[in-house]
Ligand binder design. Structure first.
Ligand code: AMP
Length: 362
């Protein structure tokens, strides 16, 4: 069976790496000839909205998935006329616009930060009156890794922020002084079977994920149950098939949904070595219609992102138990180039290993 993947970045590459042992084959579509999944499988170089390329792509695969959530919904719909597309295009639609997404969460009874749409400076002033300061102003679409957003702290921040972002439709969100950021990677099969990985604690710098700890330290059954109840509502409302990631803020023991990604997720990379079946394998099992694999953790894991530069490979590999993943991408500031996973039997052992690796990672 040949899986067509829209997007050929590291997520696609790791999907292929998980799929080959299961006998799957892959074909990627990406506008960049350098797309790193192209080292592993056939790459159709085309824009996501090129109807002829989409048709050629569909003709040579058995089913279609994506590793990039900004694929035009229309393209996913066009492909769905020829081949099964999982997750469903409705999931792309729901997640591409932060306003639609937050309204969707609220409609399901999922807690979110307070928010208001903003289409003019006057509306921004009104929204700030309603939500107070500090607040976070974000573009509704195409934001990722902290791009397209600004924190407003004082009334004098409003006009410059509007001037910087206001050419696009915006959303203002209440600023959440969270205790920590968590994420849940969930998966739903074609038969409706559900599985959830343990919650992960995420640490960002400059809007980019740096470190994930899995399972999240001090994770309680109650917290896990609330996160799973949120994900279950989303998966079932969308008749979803595949892996979905839900990003959450924990504040005073309460979980607020920030955003979802209808795809495998950076905060799930630890599952390659750290769980019985990885998020990549489970995504493939789900979309092909196979039974889901166990999401149980094999120990205490940490995943460190390699951003902007690659450390000396031999220094990393010298640390026993360090699993290095490089994506075959050219170094550039702020770019995700690879990650390292550690999996240890206890938190103490994990902390000791992490301390070994810190010097090689900025
Ligand atoms: P996002 O692109 O929405 O995932 O935001 C990137 C990062 O900005 C998040 O991981 C948080 O660290 C921070 N952030 C986003 N929204 C809020 C908010 N409403 N309150 C506080 N911090 C936020």
């Amino acid at each position: 069976m040949k899986i067509g993947v829209l997007g050929g970045g590291q997520l696609g590459r790791m999907l292929a790496l998980a799929g080959y042992p299961l006998g799957l084959r892959f074909c990627f579509l990406d506008p960049s000839p350098q797309a790193s999944a192209g080292h592993l499988a056939e790459l159709v170089i085309a824009h996501y909205d090129d109807p002829d390329a989409l048709q050629r792509f569909a003709a040579q695969v058995d089913l279609v998935t994506y590793e990039f959530e900004n694929v035009p919904v229309e393209s996913a719909r066009q492909l769905a006329q020829h081949r099964p597309v999982y997750p469903p295009p409705e999931a792309l639609e729901a997640s591409q616009d932060r306003l639609t997404e937050k309204r969707f969460f609220r409609g399901l009874g999922i807690l979110t930060p307070a928010f208001a749409p903003v289409a003019s400076l006057a509306e921004l002033e009104q929204a700030v009156e309603q939500l107070g300061l500090p607040a976070v102003l974000k573009t509704r679409r195409f934001g990722y890794d902290g791009k397209g957003q600004m924190i407003l702290r004082a009334p004098s921040d409003l006009r410059p922020a509007w001037e910087a972002l206001g050419r696009l439709p915006l959303i203002l969100e209440e600023f959440i002084a969270f205790d920590r950021e968590l994420s849940l990677v969930a998966v739903r099969g074609r038969d409706g079977a559900l599985a959830f990985y343990p919650l992960v604690e995420n640490h960002h710098r400059d809007g980019i994920l740096r470190l994930s700890l899995a399972p999240a330290p001090r994770l309680t059954q109650e917290l896990q149950a609330v996160a799973e109840s949120y994900a279950k509502k989303i998966l079932e409302a969308l008749n979803y098939v595949g892996v979905l990631a839900l990003e959450l803020f924990e504040r005073h023991g309460e979980l607020l949904a920030n955003e979802m990604a209808p795809r495998v997720h950076n905060s799930g990379h630890w599952t390659i070595e750290g769980a019985e079946a990885s998020q990549f394998e489970n995504h493939l099992r789900a979309i092909v219609g196979w039974p889901l694999g166990s999401t149980a953790a094999r120990g205490q894991c940490a995943m460190l992102n390699l951003i902007g530069e690659i450390p000396k490979i031999d220094e990393v590999l010298k640390v026993p138990g360090a699993h290095l993943h490089l994506y075959g991408k050219a170094p550039r500031p702020g770019r995700k180039l690879g990650h390292i996973t550690l999996c240890e039997p206890t938190n103490e052992a994990l902390e000791a290993k992490l301390a070994h690796l810190q010097p090689f990672i900025r």
